[in-house]
Write a protein that binds this ligand. Structure first.
Ligand SMILES: [Zn+2]
Length: 277
């Protein structure tokens, strides 16, 4: 268990390091492998030992080795989170640490990397309210490879298709874009990984999470507009124009229901049998 755990953690940290590159370069249409990693401030190319995930940031003290500019804490933080994501998935997928089951190891890789891709997209969505289509395709493919059966394909189509039709109708009725196209892909991932009942629960969880976040954002806008009373008119316009990214919440919903699958199954069973209270 120890060896497998360390292996998955290091793997997660390395993929996390790569996803840091994606987060910074994909939205700006920069090449992923050229130029080589460099300091964003002084543009000095990094030596290989400046580029070791997690450790380099620690032994450089969070500063560029050449110009001493502070390096964002986001880099090691994302690497660390990705390491732990792989570990969490390992504990979820591997049923017996005494016996090596290659299918469980395979599934851990697929679902772990899926969550890392979703994390990268969530960060990009927060920053740019956009989602690179490459990552959306990769996410759907990973979720189908994770399930590795017809069931996964079926529910990916049902969830993705359902949302596609709903978005289409709402766009016709409201005469403005109801939901981002990108969300359709994340819905497909949810369907593929969780199936019908748990999938719907995940959508419900993400709706609650986004509602909560929307209240916090509205409250912050309100505080801001109170501070500069004169500008209050323009501030009010801002809140209605504010587009909340939905990918982070859908991903969080998927993650929560995936991790607490047993508890969620129990919860759903109680609702269906009608003895929740
Ligand atoms: Zn520098």
């Amino acid at each position: 268990m120890m060896i497998l755990g360390i292996f998955y953690f290091i793997f997660g940290v390395c993929i996390g390091s790569f996803s840091n590159v994606l987060i910074y370069r994909l939205p700006e249409n920069k090449s992923i492998n050229f130029p080589a990693s460099h300091c964003l401030k002084c543009k000095t190319p990094l030596k290989w030992y400046h580029n070791i995930p997690l450790f380099s940031w620690i032994f450089l003290g969070g500063k560029c080795a050449f110009c001493k500019t502070k390096i964002s804490f986001q880099y090691p933080l994302i690497e660390l989170i990705c390491g732990f994501l792989m570990l969490i998935c390992m504990f979820k997928e591997v049923s017996n640490f005494e016996i090596v089951d290659y299918f469980e190891i395979y599934k851990t890789f697929m679902i772990g990397v899926l969550f890392i891709v979703l994390l990268a997209m969530a960060v990009i969505d927060f920053r740019y309210t956009a989602a690179p289509s490459v990552l959306l395709y990769v996410a759907v493919i990973l979720s189908l490879l994770y399930k590795f059966n017809f069931e996964g394909v079926k529910f990916a189509l049902i969830f993705g298709g359902g949302i596609f039709i709903l978005t289409f109708l709402l766009t016709k009725i409201l005469k403005k874009e109801a939901m981002g196209e990108a969300d359709i892909y994340i819905f497909a991932c949810i369907g593929a990984v969780l199936g019908l009942n748990l999938g719907l629960l995940a959508v419900f969880v993400s709706a609650i999470l986004s509602l909560f976040a929307f209240m916090v954002v509205s409250f912050l806008f309100l505080l801001k507009s109170k501070k500069n009373n004169i500008k209050s008119n323009t501030q009010n316009q801002n809140i209605s124009q504010y587009q909340m990214p939905f990918i982070p919440f859908l991903s969080a919903g998927l993650f929560v229901v995936y991790v607490f699958e047993d508890k969620c199954q129990l919860f759903l069973k109680m609702i269906i049998e009608g003895n929740l209270f």
